[in-house]
Write a protein that binds this ligand. Structure first.
Ligand code: SAJ
Length: 415
């Protein structure tokens, strides 16, 4: 089998590499020439454990090649970004452009699989678009055969554990027809160890959105609880620990807001299409965004109380132990404070080598954690990186702290 993977990002590249490692011939396609050049040379442009070794291996043995233009294949996997625009509406430009680029290459027997997170109905639109341009190909059984199959199979992998989750997680495979689902299912079973469960394309689209909207709502509950606890003057971390001793309660952890390219984005795909019904989901988005603003307001109040203090912003990434800044609330907070206080802001981010230009422009410096602890009087703990958990109390005792992640609970804190 030959597989074309369109989009060599956080999902497409690991998927292409895993499939290639199972003995299939894979062409990885990306519109960005730098990414194609990087992958073609056997290296990678993202940070993900063990991915570099795997890509190096499958490129050097010729099972993965990277190129700018797609070519004929048996299976086409679309793994391109589906962001939201400034009005929180899904932007499907990349999906539609990818479909346009492969439609002329399709031959009877091909399978087209969309993996990008998409609003309900997108896969049906994709199938219609293909048939409009290629009326010679139909979807649906003809004498037990199907000229082409179109399916939706969302990725569910957690950054940092992508290679293992790609293989071990269950997959949900939605076909435009039952035959489409069955054929896509047979394909995924060639490299997935988890269960491959077939359903309709629309259900599979909603499953993906449900998973991330569910997590967003649960985090919103934790963030709301943290504000309620503050009002009562009760420690939220203790309340959560004690409540979670109940066998059917599992409150998640509050933080400075929700980041990343998935949880902070995907609920909008539902809210946008059924705004009258998705009330909890909308409110959850608002609560999580508001939490970031609350932390900024508290930080400003604390800093203004200490006019000569330097401020350590501990962590910039959207969550612990990654290098990803997308939609990061920690980054937004640091940027806001840097714009207001300039060089008084010291950034500590063990996962980045250089300070992002937007922050540097305000005079904020990136410093090592030890230096920040010595040179600052205020610390904002924004990301629960392992390095921060290991700082002994003696080195933090002198600081005024806003601990948004609850990892420095051995000292008097404000959440
Ligand atoms: N967060 C909290 N409190 C928590 C848990 C998370 O504030 O208790 C915050 C994190 O700090 C981060 C954000 O939520 O800012 C999202 O982090 P995450 O670890 O929950 O999720 P992601 O974005 O890394 O990956 C999610 C996963 N989805 C679910 O767990 C339902 C992953 O399985 C998906 O594949 C991924 O989204 C995706 O690509 O959709």
């Amino acid at each position: 089998k030959k597989v074309a993977v369109i989009g060599l990002g956080y999902i497409g590249l690991p998927t292409a590499a895993v499939i290639a490692s199972r003995g299939m011939k894979v062409v990885g396609i990306d519109t960005n020439p730098d990414i194609v050049k990087t992958v073609a040379s056997g290296t990678i442009h993202i940070v993900e454990p063990d991915l570099d070794g795997l890509v190096q291996k499958v490129v050097s043995n010729g099972s993965l090649v990277a190129m700018l233009e797609p070519e004929q294949a048996d299976v086409f996997i679309i793994a391109v970004p589906t962001p939201i625009d400034s009005a929180n509406r899904p932007d499907l430009t990349c999906v539609m452009a990818a479909i346009e680029r492969i439609t002329d290459l399709l031959r009877p027997g091909n399978i087209v699989i969309l993996e990008s997170t998409s609003p309900v109905g997108t896969t049906e639109t994709v199938a219609r678009k293909i048939i409009e341009r290629r009326p010679d190909l139909s979807i649906g059984s003809v004498n037990g055969e199907e000229p082409i199959s179109v399916a939706y199979c969302p990725e569910r992998v957690l950054p940092g554990r992508i290679l293992s989750e790609l293989v071990n997680n269950d997959r949900c495979i939605g076909g435009i027809s039952t035959l489409c689902a069955r054929r896509a299912q047979r394909f995924y079973k060639m490299f997935v160890r988890g269960a491959c469960v077939a359903t309709t394309a629309r259900a599979a689209e909603l499953v993906k959105l449900t998973e991330n909207a569910y997590r967003d709502t649960n985090i919103a509950f934790a963030n709301e609880l943290s504000l309620i606890c503050d009002r009562y003057g009760i420690n939220v971390w203790e309340v959560i620990d004690l409540a979670n001793r109940h066998p059917r309660v599992n409150v998640l952890r509050p933080g400075p807001g929700v980041g990343g390219h998935c949880i902070a984005v995907d609920p909008w795909f539902i809210i946008d299409s059924v705004p009258d019904l998705a009330r909890v989901m909308r409110t959850s988005r608002e609560v999580n965004n508001r939490k970031t603003e609350t932390i900024i307001e508290r930080a400003i109040a604390l800093i203004d109380d200490h006019p000569y203090a330097n401020v350590a912003c501990c962590g910039l990434t959207f969550k612990a132990n990654v290098d990803d800044l997308r939609e990061s609330p920690a980054f937004d907070i640091a940027l806001h404070l840097a714009a207001k206080y300039g060089s008084r802001i010291r950034i500590v981010e063990p996962n980045l080598r250089r300070i992002p230009a937007e922050l540097a422009k305000h005079g904020a410096e990136i410093v090592r954690i030890e230096e920040a602890m010595h040179s600052c009087e205020i610390a904002l703990l924004l990301v629960d990186h392992d390095e921060f958990k290991m700082i002994p109390l003696a080195e933090r005792r002198h600081l005024d702290v806003i601990d948004t992640r609850g990892i420095w609970q051995d000292m008097p804190v404000r959440t």
